[in-house]
Design a protein. Structure first.
Lengths: 265, 379
């Protein structure tokens, strides 16, 4: 099973690597992606004012973290630039402003018209030895402040959203959504890794040796609640973690659609 | 006060019987001053490699020692970390608290173990032995790599209730004058890994080096297996034959387990622990737990994932008479036309128990190289 997963990932990886000629100039530049978390038409403020979800329930978000990995920059001609994988893992945390700016360096100069990334941590990395789990992937590193790794069911938590609601659990009014599961090591489980592909519409990101474009993305918490997977009711599910895999898959289908490109500057 | 490492003997090729002893020769003593050789600063020398050899009759290990080559200093650091309560929130609970050497690294006499503040867990403490052959860890197989195992007990709220990040911060500020034994961990990391930097990778690799060195392969059964016919009595040999035909389909091979997950017909207890199902969420995995190795089984009572049986007699009585039928019950326990179980006479049970006692490895539980260097706590 694992071999099959690994095999597929490697195939996918090779296919990506083979795409697109490197611009003949060989010039390199940088590009920044800002992950700006919002709730509908408002900026997300942890512990801030209450909002109403798609099921008509009040909620206040207190924690919102997610992994972004395996970033690919797309060009108009269908070619792409794949960020080297070891440098392509980022943990976006709403309570840590700096984490919301993903700064990509050594990008081939040129015009980019879209991007693609994984929300989560790919299956293969979830099975790698500890020396391949550095930085934000360190199971004992800084991320443990927020526990984005299941030590008892070895694997990363891809997205963690917590908050309070009058429909939350009766003990403390809280709700907890911890979405992980990479497909399983020796036994197949749900695979909640998701690819997000975003075109820039009419916009372009011109990377030059002197100009670092910033792609400003919105990530809308409302769309975690309501999307193509499920209209998530806090009253029905005040806690979703690894024991309700089908619901986690539905929530993952929702949050795959939570991103939009606001502007590029 | 500081401890220092005295160089031990180094051997090259060793015969099977000595293989385990050769794993580690580092002798530790508590000294009041550094006594490294004149002109040699501590930690300036490269760590001394240890050649890890699998017992001849064991299969190839799963753990890749090539990725984490054992050194005398690495194993020694792992031994200190294994026993030191600094890994827990209260600085009281070490790995060795619930994995005690005299009980083949289980929690002797404890159905369930108590961690920080005497909080009780839900599962019986499994043996830390021959882990290099384990394809997965814990009763539910939730962790697949030995290097990722310690995160689990360290962060479990009823075991050590600590974060690895905080353990690293505490290790960095040693030696502590108030500690039971003021160990200089930055120095030990330097000796094991070249500099004083303490990372989760280094910490886990040192723990793995120590745990990989915990090989039990010198029981009377092993001597029999290696050709000494006199190592087992006639009754024990008869027990071995019965064991292999009645129990050997799951407790297979030289490790006495096939490492599979099976429902062996225990009536779910109050905790309603569903075992492997908690990892895979597959209904077919409900109430399945890993088949444990039976090496040193005579030393590791109580038995089963929740320690419900206190003797091997009770365990065998369970298999012959008390199998609880359910949809995920293992097919090996289903008898056509009869209630489920394994057909065993009282005499056969006695022979099996006699055989199982030959799996006890006295050298393993007495080897000072595996013992608490003086930093641990037993409750």
């Amino acid at each position: 099973m694992l071999a099959a997963v690994v095999g597929m990932l490697m195939l996918a990886s090779c296919e990506s690597e083979a795409q697109g000629p490197v611009p003949s100039t060989g010039d390199k530049g940088a590009l920044t992606i800002e992950f700006d978390n919002i709730v509908g038409d408002k900026n997300l403020v942890l512990g801030g004012g209450a909002s109403t979800n798609g099921a008509g329930e009040d909620f206040v978000i207190t924690k919102f973290n997610y992994y972004v990995s395996n970033i690919k920059l797309l060009r108009a001609d269908g070619t792409s630039y794949v960020v080297p994988q070891d440098s392509s893992y980022f943990l976006i945390m709403e309570n840590k402003k700096e984490s919301q700016f993903v700064r990509l360096k050594n990008i081939p100069a040129g015009t980019y018209t879209g991007l693609e990334f994984m929300l989560g941590v790919d299956s293969l990395r979830n099975t790698m030895p500890i020396e391949r789990r550095t930085g934000v992937l360190d199971p004992g590193g800084s991320m443990m402040e927020d526990g984005m790794y299941w030590a008892w069911n070895s694997g990363y938590i891809f997205l963690k959203m917590e908050g309070t609601s009058s429909k939350g659990n009766p003990v403390n009014s809280k709700f907890y959504y911890h979405i992980g599961l990479f497909g399983g090591y020796s036994t197949r489980t749900v695979n909640n890794t998701r690819i997000v592909k975003l075109g820039f519409g009419g916009l372009k990101a011109d990377v030059t040796t002197s100009k670092t474009p910033e792609v400003h993305l919105f990530a809308d918490v409302q769309k975690v609640f309501k999307g193509p997977g499920i209209n998530l009711s806090i009253g029905q599910y005040n806690s979703v973690m690894s024991q309700q895999p089908q619901v986690t898959a539905q929530i993952a289908d929702n949050y795959t659609q939570m991103f939009s490109v606001d502007h590029i500057h | 006060m500081q401890f220092t490492l005295k160089p031990g003997r180094v051997t090259g090729q060793v015969p099977f019987a000595c293989a385990i002893l050769a794993v580690m020769f580092a002798a530790v003593s508590v000294a009041c001053k550094k006594n490294d050789g004149p002109g040699v600063k501590p930690g300036d020398t490269a760590p001394t490699p240890i050649q890890w050899k699998k017992p001849a009759h064991f299969p190839d290990p799963v753990y890749d020692v090539g990725r984490n080559p054992l050194t005398r200093e690495g194993v020694e650091l792992g031994r200190f970390l294994f026993y030191d309560g600094i890994l827990s929130r209260t600085n009281q609970i070490g790995c060795g608290t619930c994995h005690q050497q005299e009980a083949a690294f289980t929690h002797h006499g404890h159905e369930l173990s108590h961690g920080v503040d005497d909080l009780l867990g839900t599962r019986n403490s499994p043996s830390i032995q021959n882990l290099a052959w384990n394809p997965s860890f814990f009763w539910d197989g939730g962790v697949h790599d030995l290097d990722l195992v310690p995160f689990n007990p360290i962060e479990n709220p009823v075991e050590m209730d600590e974060t690895v990040k905080n353990v690293i911060a505490k290790l960095q500020s040693t030696p502590l004058a108030t500690a039971k034994m003021p160990v200089d961990y930055p120095l030990m990391f330097k000796k094991a890994f070249g500099d004083e930097q303490i990372t989760s990778e280094r910490m886990m690799k040192a723990l793995s080096q120590f745990m990989v060195s915990l090989v039990s392969a010198e029981s009377r059964y092993d001597y029999y297996r290696m050709g000494d016919q006199s190592a087992l009595s006639v009754d024990e040999q008869r027990g071995m034959t019965i064991f292999r035909s009645k129990c050997g389909s799951c407790h297979a091979g030289e490790l006495f387990t096939d490492y599979s997950f099976r429902n062996n017909g225990l009536i779910p207890s109050g905790a309603n622990d569903q075992g492997r199902f908690g990892i895979t969420a597959n209904p077919a995995d409900r109430y399945k737990f890993k088949v444990p190795s039976l090496r040193n089984v005579g030393l590791t009572a109580p038995y089963m994932h929740d320690g419900r049986y206190h003797s091997l007699q009770e365990v065998l009585d369970h298999y012959s008479d008390s199998i609880h039928p359910s949809t995920t019950l293992d097919s090996a326990l289903i008898r056509p036309g009869q209630k489920p179980g394994i057909s065993l006479t009282a005499t056969e049970k006695q022979s099996i128990i006699a055989f199982l006692s030959t799996l006890s490895d006295e050298q393993f539980i007495r080897n000072k190289q595996f013992s608490d260097p003086g930093v641990g706590t037993n409750f």
